[in-house]
Design a protein. Structure first.
Ligand SMILES: Cc1cc2nc3c(=O)[nH]c(=O)nc-3n(C[C@H](O)[C@H](O)[C@H](O)COP(=O)(O)OP(=O)(O)OC[C@H]3O[C@@H](n4cnc5c(N)ncnc54)[C@H](O)[C@@H]3O)c2cc1C
Ligand SMILES: O=C([O-])CC(=O)C(=O)O
Length: 338
């Protein structure tokens, strides 16, 4: 039987997860990833990798719940397997603290993570500038390990990877039966989506093995995430800022703010600094359209615009993209139904 040719554009956490989901679930498909950049050079490689999303306005909560649940359960199974260390996935406990009591005190994912609770007065006293906090055990997924591990899994499932910048979807549709667009920020030029914009984020990796629990300021500007090889300090959220160079003033600000939480960080050895451009969008675009190519219509599934929550929602959104691909193979295109 002739195999169905699927191409996935993008090799960040969204593209890799989507490609693995399709290749493993639909063995009658050959899956090819085309990407301009692979690990360790994607935005996903810069991510701290904590699973702690915020509500995305305009997306039904039940759908967000599914995206997060799908990701959490998938990564939990890895965290509890002998592959956890190679894949860079582990349980991580800590606090999210707020200067003012937030409007949502119990997020939609409270029943998915472990041990979610409001911090006690005794605990919050450790953070004198903060009034309210949440204690939680969630998952940390380190892309620098996780992406190469997913690449291996994709190859084992028969998938292929090729470095290539895609500029013309029509052209691509001549060679493939299904196109899946996971190009993140690249979607602003690839599909002309004017709703996509960069949100620059800078982080610092430090040697501070004495820190075991994470601390995140509820506004998402300051965070301390202990990881496997180092502690990630962040961050910045600069809207429409395309600079990929490290900004020394940003670094100073990050150390300053993190040291207010943990003074010993002031003298921690710096191991590296990184910048990533988050694919900003008011909501994730996860839908299917049909591309008219001469006399046929090719399904084009979009899965991009994950902003600050790409790791947190990666597997769940990949599962939904897989559903759209599966449906497209059974449905007749609207044009053919006439
Ligand atoms: C500092 C920082 C910290 C973060 N921390 C977290 C966190 O703790 N938890 C969390 O959930 N999220 C976090 N994020 C957000 C997360 O990194 C993003 O949401 C996620 O990386 C988006 O993944 P992606 O695969 O869509 O995009 P990317 O990783 O940017 O991948 C896009 C892929 O598409 C390819 N591409 C683009 N255009 C084209 C084209 N025309 N042709 C071919 N290939 C193309 C690129 O080369 C790349 O391979 C953080 C982000 C930053 C910057
Ligand atoms: O906000 C966080 O905790 C980490 C993150 O997702 C980001 O910087 O985008």
């Amino acid at each position: 039987m002739k195999k169905v040719k699927v191409v996935v554009i993008g090799a960040g956490v969204v593209g890799m997860s989507t490609a693995v989901c399709i290749a493993e679930a639909l063995p009658f498909c050959t899956v090819t990833i085309l990407a301009e950049k692979f690990s360790p050079d994607t935005t996903s490689d810069v991510a701290a990798g904590i699973l702690l999303p915020k509500e995305i306005p305009g997306v039904p909560l039940e759908r967000q719940w599914r995206w997060f649940k799908g990701t959490f359960d998938h990564l939990l199974a890895i965290a509890e397997s002998p592959q956890a260390s190679e894949a860079g996935v582990f349980l991580s406990s800590g606090y999210q603290v707020f200067k003012e009591v937030p409007s949502i005190t119990k997020p939609y994912w409270a029943d998915i993570v472990f041990g979610f609770r409001t911090m006690t007065d005794h605990e919050i006293k450790r953070f004198p500038n903060h009034k309210f906090g949440q204690a939680v055990t969630t998952i940390k997924c380190e892309s620098l390990r996780y992406l190469p591990w997913l690449e291996k899994r994709l190859t084992e499932a028969g998938g292929r990877m090729k470095r290539e910048k895609v500029t013309d979807l029509q052209q691509l549709a001549h060679s493939y039966d299904v196109i899946v667009n996971c190009s993140g920020l690249g979607s602003c030029s690839l599909v002309g989506d004017e709703q996509v914009y960069p949100v620059r984020g800078q982080i610092i990796k430090v040697h501070a093995p004495w820190l075991k629990n994470f601390i995140r300021d509820g506004n998402g500007h300051t965070y301390i995430y202990p990881g496997i090889d180092c502690v990630t300090l962040g961050g910045t959220r600069q809207v429409n800022d395309w600079r990929l160079e490290v900004d020394k003033d940003d670094s100073k600000g990050i150390v300053e703010r993190c040291s207010e939480f943990v003074p010993s960080l002031r003298t921690a050895q710096v191991l590296g600094e990184k910048v990533g451009l988050r694919p900003g969008r008011s909501n994730v675009r996860l839908e299917r359209e049909w591309l008219q190519v001469q006399d046929r219509q090719v399904p084009l599934v979009h899965n991009y615009g994950h902003y600050s929550w790409g790791i947190s929602l990666s597997w769940g959104t990949a599962l939904e993209a897989l559903d759209l691909v599966r449906k497209s193979l059974h449905e007749k295109p609207p044009h053919a139904r006439l």
